[in-house]
Design a protein around this ligand. Structure first.
Ligand code: NAP
Length: 257
């Protein structure tokens, strides 16, 4: 059996809020394969939770980082440069939109709400990648998390669909620009998983039921399946893959109805 060995590799993971976070499933897989990890959390309110969770992974450490604040982002990567000989992986698993923009009519999205969702959920990938690239002189891997509402209409997903469409374009653009530096950039398009962010979407339970009913595998997905797909994409097993959106959704995206 081919096993993935990431011993000696380092990664930074943005977006662990609690044990249900997709970022946490990804981190567990990377750690189990031997990678040393750093984490960021957004704001004091999450500090204790993220610290106690990540303490279970040997040799890991945490930073406070709101991705909308340039000074936070710069501080995190300066800290990473001091503690890691180099960076191999960047995991971007961050998204946010105001609750009122994840229900009702998309037509009512405010300018401020649109900017906020785009800034946190899409632009942040560019900003984080900009800082990560100089720490990846020998190449590396970047992954982000998206959802199929980037391509199709999912009622209530609204402005987050716009943000995910932008995010998927960024994956292609960054893959093109960073390819010569041997840095691969990919996205995982996950099926619905019951996390903190997901519960903020009006009608999320309907999305979950629909996916379970209609997906070719006739079930939803487990967070661990996203974690394993991320491990694959970041490992040398995926050495020929960049600029891709890999669906981990029990096949739901292929369905016409
Ligand atoms: P989650 O556990 O709530 O993770 C979202 C993370 O984004 C949280 O850690 C959150 O921190 C962080 N975040 C929000 N605003 C931030 C900011 N300004 N600066 C830094 N971090 C910020 O939910 P999740 O479902 O795992 O989401 C992870 C990613 O997967 C998102 O991109 C999401 O769109 C994507 N995704 C999820 C699903 C699903 O069904 N769950 C499906 C497809 C794709 P706070 O808690 O502090 O806000």
């Amino acid at each position: 059996m081919f096993t993935i060995d990431l011993t000696g590799k380092t990664g930074v993971v943005f977006g662990v809020a609690n044990h249900r976070s997709l970022a946490w499933s990804i981190a567990q897989q990377l750690h189990a394969a031997g990678a040393r990890l750093a984490f960021s959390y957004a704001g004091e309110r999450l500090k204790d939770k993220v610290e106690s969770l990540t303490a279970t992974l040997s040799d890991s450490f945490v930073f406070d980082c709101d991705v909308t604040r340039d000074e936070d982002v710069t501080r995190v990567f300066r800290g990473l440069a001091e503690r890691f000989p180099r960076l191999d992986y960047l995991v971007h698993s961050v998204a946010f939109a105001n609750k009122e923009d994840l229900e009702g009519e998309f037509l009512n999205t405010s300018r401020a709400g649109f900017h906020l969702a785009m800034d946190i959920s899409a632009y942040s990938l560019v900003r984080l990648a900009k800082e990560a690239v100089p720490l990846m002189p020998q190449g590396g891997g970047i992954i982000t998390l998206t959802y199929n509402a980037s391509q199709r209409v999912v009622p209530s997903y609204n402005v987050m669909g716009s943000a995910k469409a932008a995010l998927e374009h960024e994956v292609r653009q960054l893959a093109y620009e960073l390819g010569p530096k041997k840095i691969r950039v990919n996205a995982i398009s996950a099926g619905p998983v019951n996390t903190l962010s997901a519960r903020g979407i009006s009608g999320f339970t309907d999305m979950l039921h629909m996916a379970r009913e209609k997906a070719p595998l006739r079930r939803g997905i487990e967070p661990d399946e996203v974690g394993r797909a991320a491990l694959f994409l970041l490992s040398d097993m995926a050495s020929g893959i960049t600029g891709e959106v890999l669906y981990v959704d029990a096949g739901y995206n292929i369905m016409g109805t």
